[in-house]
Write a protein that binds this ligand. Structure first.
Ligand SMILES: [Fe+2]
Length: 201
C-alpha cells in the first residue's frame, strides 16, 4: 500500500517528511520524539493548516460520545499515522491504549487527561493534567499508554496525534476504569476505511 495523504497539503507533507527523517536518524523512540518536538510545537501553534472539516465531532462514531477521529496521513506500511481527534464539550473518550509511541498535542479547546497504569486488580490513576492549546506529550508504551481525555471547553477539543502505527485500524483496548478489564477495541477513522485486520492476540 502507498502512503495516504488524506489532507494533502505542503504543510502536512513537509511535516511528515521531517518526522520520517527524525525517526530514521534516531536510535530510540525517546530520541525520535525529542527530534520531532520542535516541528510538532510549530504545527500546534499554526492556525492555518487544519481545515474546519477535520475539527468537527461525529455522531455515531467508533469512539462513541460524538468523538471524531479524522485521518490526515498514514504510511502505507502502517508504521505512522497522523489524525485529529475531536471530542465534543463534556464528552470523554473511553479509557484506552494506543500500542505505539508518538506525540499527542492539543490544537483547540481544553482537556483534562487522566493517565492510568494496569495494577493488581484494576487500573491505577497515575496522573491527571489539564491541557491547553499548544500543550503536548510523548506517549512511549508501556509507560503512559493508557489514558482518557475529557473536553472541558464549551467548544469541542481538537487534538493532533502522531503515532507510529495505524492507530485507528489496529486492534487495541479499552479498559473498564473500575475493574481494569480489557476489551478489544478498534476505533476506525471517520473518513477512511480500515482493511480487515485480525484482532491482535
Ligand atoms: Fe488516546
Amino acid at each position: 500500500m502507498e502512503d495516504q495523504f488524506v489532507l494533502d497539503t505542503p504543510v502536512v507533507r513537509e511535516f511528515v517528511t521531517d518526522v520520517r527523517a527524525a525517526i530514521a536518524g534516531a536510535s530510540s523512540p525517546q530520541e525520535a520524539c525529542d527530534a520531532i518536538r520542535p516541528g510538532f510545537a510549530e504545527l500546534l501553534a499554526r492556525s492555518d493548516w487544519l481545515p474546519e472539516g477535520y475539527q468537527e465531532p461525529v455522531p455515531e462514531s467508533g469512539m462513541g460520545g460524538g468523538i471524531g477521529q479524522w485521518l490526515l496521513y498514514r504510511a502505507g506500511d502502517g508504521s505512522l499515522s497522523m489524525f485529529s481527534l475531536v471530542v465534543p464539550s463534556g464528552s470523554a473518550t473511553p479509557v484506552h491504549d494506543h500500542l505505539a509511541w508518538g506525540l499527542v498535542g492539543l490544537y483547540r479547546g481544553t482537556q483534562d487527561e487522566e493517565v492510568f497504569a494496569e495494577a493488581d486488580g484494576g487500573l491505577e490513576l497515575l496522573e491527571r493534567r489539564a491541557l491547553e492549546p499548544g500543550d503536548f506529550y510523548a506517549l512511549i508504551p508501556p509507560q503512559d499508554d493508557i489514558h482518557r481525555v475529557r473536553t472541558t471547553s464549551a467548544a469541542p477539543s481538537v487534538s493532533i496525534h502522531l503515532l507510529t502505527n495505524d492507530t485507528g485500524c489496529v486492534w487495541r483496548h479499552t479498559f473498564d476504569p473500575e475493574s481494569g478489564e480489557r476489551h478489544p477495541f478498534r476505533s476506525g477513522y471517520v473518513n477512511v476505511d480500515c482493511e480487515d485486520h485480525e484482532p491482535a492476540a
